[in-house]
Design a protein around this ligand. Structure first.
Ligand code: ZN
Length: 395
């Protein structure tokens, strides 16, 4: 796989996240490999016999796969189980979490690009940041390449599994950014161009996806969320969402699923950057929630909650946009990724109240509305999840 930019047909689109059944004969090797890695990743250390039971594969197949994955440095033999057992103790196999690292870049903040070196278990072992304020077009790529090189320079013992990038805008599965307004990118081949800038040292594959989609993916891979019906709304420079439904990430025919920031949330609201007014982006932002100048209300002190009238309006207008989506897909998890800390419990409660007024009690009863625990690292961890998925079939 080294030396190539992701070209897998469809990327994450329609890919079943975390398959559990053994493969049909014929396309078994890659699938079975993912199955073994996935079992170890999610269940922890297992003996070969336990691996065979969990995956439904034969002992012989497991032994082959374990030998191959160990040779690649992806798994390790931990030796015999310590507790006393009858007979010969079975040795335990686990993911070799620190044997490989991913270089993850988050380009969703237009003022700074953030980067991290992350182990296969999502542990951040190095960080770097570059200022990008005002950059557009190729200049953003210069910053991204410099950041990636800084991170890769920190890799010592481990092998680099790949580079994952969380980018704003509409991103195709092959890493072409169809459109990103702030960076003035149109049909910009980000994955290919970044790969060309970095090679030959290293000649690592580069994968790119939309930042909001990646935050949803991180919630699933690293925060234990279900992928049956989850929408993660990202509150960053723009507002976007990632939707996991029936175990797959929704992209849509134009790869623009989850672009909900410019759905009208209220009549006669604030003017929006898109030229219209009252979009959801004008409701859920720092001006309204964080530092005052709230919609239709007097100013507030920074760090305080909006006044009750503003809160009610925020809850009502947010629910007007999100409620129909929750209903249409019967979502069970509505998660807000809030890297800037705008959402207080009071704001969340107002949104819950707004939703309760619009949704069937049956849907509302099963809906968990919460703020992501992944904080400002959600997009970085999503970029790691992207590389794990593309390179190892691991979600
Ligand atoms: Zn708008």
């Amino acid at each position: 796989m080294n030396g190539s930019v992701a070209r897998r047909e469809g990327g994450l689109s329609g890919v079943r996240l975390r398959p559990t059944a053994k493969a049909h004969p014929g396309h078994s090797r890659t699938h079975n490999r993912s199955l073994v890695l996935s079992s170890l990743f999610h269940t922890g250390p297992l003996s070969r016999a336990e691996l065979a039971r969990t995956t439904g594969l034969t002992r012989v197949t497991i032994s082959d796969l374990v030998a191959q994955l160990a040779a690649e440095g992806l798994i390790e033999d931990l030796g015999a189980r310590t507790e006393a057992r009858v007979g010969k103790p079975a040795s335990l196999i686990d993911i070799n979490a620190s044997g490989h690292v991913v270089a993850a870049l988050d380009l969703s903040d237009i003022n700074q690009a953030r980067g991290a070196l992350v182990t296969l278990r999502g542990e951040i072992v190095g960080r770097a940041t570059v200022k990008t304020a005002g950059a557009a077009g190729e200049a953003v790529l210069d910053h991204a390449a410099a950041l990636a090189k800084k991170l890769i320079g920190k890799v010592s013992e481990a092998r680099l599994l790949g580079v994952g990038v969380a980018a704003p805008g509409v991103v195709r599965p092959d890493g072409v950014v169809t459109y990103a307004k702030d960076y003035q990118w149109r049909d910009f081949a980000l994955a290919q161009t970044l790969h060309d800038r970095l090679k030959p040292d290293p000649d690592a594959p580069v994968f790119v996806a939309n930042d909001a989609n990646l935050r949803a993916l991180a919630e699933f891979t690293f925060a234990g969320a279900s992928a049956q019906g989850l929408m993660e709304v990202s509150l960053t420079d723009g507002l976007g969402a990632g939707i996991l439904l029936d175990g797959s990430l929704l992209l849509g025919p134009s790869n623009a699923a989850g672009e909900i920031g410019h759905i009208p949330a209220m009549a006669g609201g604030e003017p929006c950057t898109c030229g219209r007014s009252g979009c959801l982006e004008t409701v859920l932002n720092r001006r309204v929630l964080g530092t005052g100048r709230a919609t239709g209300s007097a100013s507030l002190d920074a760090g305080t909650n909006p006044d009750p009238a503003t809160l009610a309006k925020v809850g009502e207008s947010t629910a007007a946009v999100l409620g129909p989506i929750v209903s249409a897909f019967n979502l069970s998890d509505l998660v807000f990724a809030d890297p800037r800390g705008m959402f207080t419990p009071v704001v969340l409660a107002a949104i819950r109240d707004g939703l309760a007024q619009r949704l069937l009690p049956e849907i509302m009863a099963d809906l968990d509305v919460r703020v992501s625990a992944l904080g400002s690292d959600a997009a970085l961890l999503g970029a790691v999840a992207l590389v794990l998925s593309e390179q190892l079939g691991l979600t």
